[in-house]
Design a protein around this ligand. Structure first.
Ligand code: ATP
Ligand code: MG
Ligand code: MG
Ligand code: MG
Length: 488
């Protein structure tokens, strides 16, 4: 099943159940409290908060999302993209758990072939591979899964508020959630459900039950429930690429049909064979991770530029810049120094245009923006390379390692990540004072943190998911934190 067909089946199923088809909103969040659209519910925030009256009581969407908070996971886990599509069904004061849960189950397990009478199509997943989590106190959801749907108790697990409670980070609606996981099988990890292993058991669908009024929210796990909400609502999110990975029988989301072509082209350009390994001890792992990351980041860049984001030094523009740079550096670490972005983004466009025709109609501009940014970065890199050469030759004549200060300057001024410095220094036969480099990075991070604190006070924090924090503009000084840890 192609990703596009999976999305179509999604829309058709929920439309048949009386949901209004709502097209994806832009990646640039329509809600001012977040920078990017990080979940399917973001365009519906005013309806959930009760600040606007929804024109329909049920909606279905497949929403483009960006989660920069997941950037360090990309390529290392099987399931995290910076760009992905979240399929959602929503009820605004209409149906609740008793309907949302059985519908989710029916869609996942109903055969793929259309029912001759109802025309209904599902995804045909094996029910025995599906595991359920519910919030520890949510006996209602537990009973629906067990009694109404018939899931054996052995495959229902209770989780705490860390994983299975949703709130906005401030007084307002909140409630438990219930998640559906797919068991990839014993080759992927230990038995015992999602509580034991989130690599073997992949989270595919989150059902959020907005049912309480919270009078205070101290943290993700500490909040005060004032009473039931008058309008109980449903917000669900299923990862389209995660379901595609399961239905296409591939190892990870980067090997699904909308992403894989970029991975293959990057491997070809680098003259490297992609081996699909998830094992860090495998000698192919480093390049495999790079290729998966490249495929993800190229697609994210394509979609961001298409939605009007332009490279810059702040906000969304900086995220785009960082994605493009990471691709170029990863290609470099695989030995490719020539420009590649124009070619890769074109391959990504061909893989995405079926769902998003605007990436084709707007491609001339997209291509131009990407290539210009790459050229500018390649110039930066040559300047950095000159600086690195001089740092290496002073190290050689002193019979010492490249100083931490030089490595830091390369990072800070020239945008050279430490990996690149280490690798290039090693080629020249010298080491790098990494300890001092790390110390300087920590100092800088602490300065940034102190700065961020100063700026944060007085900012009305209307974030919706905890993840939003990492994407919110006020958090951007903390961005260096991510780059510090970046192994590219
Ligand atoms: P995980 O625990 O795997 O990081 P999550 O709990 O952060 O996922 P939710 O916030 O519950 O994810 O989002 C709803 C659904 O969106 C998830 O069940 C998953 O299928 C999908 N999803 C979330 N983050 C990503 C991502 N970075 N890439 C691809 N799909 C994602
Ligand atoms: Mg997550
Ligand atoms: Mg999760
Ligand atoms: Mg989740």
């Amino acid at each position: 099943m192609k990703t596009e067909d999976i999305a179509r089946t999604w829309y058709d199923y929920f439309a048949a159940k009386g949901h209004e088809r709502v097209p994806s909103a832009s990646l640039i969040s329509p809600d001012p409290s977040v920078l990017f659209t990080i979940a399917g519910m973001v365009p519906f925030i005013p309806y959930f908060m009760g600040t606007e009256k929804p024109p329909y009581s049920r909606a279905v969407s497949v929403q483009k999302c960006i989660r920069t908070a997941d950037i360090e996971e990309v390529g290392k886990t099987a399931r995290h993209g910076t760009f992905f599509q979240m399929c959602g069904n929503f009820s605004f004061g209409d149906y609740f758990k008793e309907t949302a849960i059985p519908m989710a189950w029916e869609l996942l397990t109903h055969p793929r072939e259309a029912d001759p009478v109802t025309g209904l199509r599902g995804y045909g997943l094996d029910p025995e591979r599906l595991w359920i989590t519910v919030y520890q106190d949510d006996d209602e959801a537990y009973a629906i899964w067990r009694d109404q749907v018939g899931v054996p108790e052995a495959r229902i697990q209770r989780f705490g508020p860390e994983d299975n409670y949703w709130n906005t980070g401030q007084p307002g609606p909140g409630g438990p959630c219930s998640e559906i996981y797919y068991d990839r099988g014993p080759a992927y990890g230990v038995e015992g459900g999602p509580a034991a292993d989130e690599t073997r058991y992949v989270e595919i669908w989150n059902l959020v039950f907005m049912q309480y009024r919270l009078s205070a929210v101290h943290s993700k796990t500490e909040f005060e429930v004032a009473g039931p909400l008058q309008n109980k609502s449903i917000d669900t999110g299923l990862g389209l690429e995660r379901l595609a990975m399961v239905l296409q029988g591939v190892e990870n989301m980067y090997e699904t049909d909308q992403v894989r072509p970029v991975l293959d082209r990057a491997a070809e350009l680098a003259g490297i064979e992609y081996t699909s390994t998830e094992d860090p001890a495998d000698s192919h792992h480093a390049n495999d991770v790079r290729l998966r990351m490249i495929a993800d980041h190229v697609r994210s860049s394509l979609m961001l530029i298409s939605d009007g984001v332009r490279p810059s030094n702040e906000g969304g523009g900086f995220v785009l810049r960082r994605l493009i740079r990471r691709v170029i550096l990863a290609m470099r670490l695989m030995g490719v120094e020539e420009p590649v972005f124009g070619e890769l983004v074109s391959v990504s466009k061909d893989a995405m245009k079926g769902t998003y025709p605007e990436v084709e109609s707007g491609f001339e501009k997209i291509h131009q923006v990407a290539v210009k940014e790459e050229q500018a970065f390649l110039r930066t890199i040559s300047a950095g390379t000159a600086k690195l050469r001089s740092a290496v030759s002073s190290a050689q004549s002193a019979g010492a390692a490249v100083t931490g200060a030089d490595a830091f300057a390369l990072h800070d001024t020239y945008g050279f990540p430490i990996d690149l410095t280490l690798e290039m220094a090693a080629e020249a036969g010298v080491g790098v004072d990494e300890t001092r480099f790390r110390a300087l990075m920590t100092e800088q991070r602490e300065r940034a943190r102190a700065d961020a604190k100063g700026k944060k006070s007085g900012h009305a924090d209307t974030q919706v998911y905890q993840e939003l924090r990492a994407d919110s503009p006020t958090h951007f000084t903390g961005y260096t934190e991510h780059t510090t840890e970046s192994r590219i």
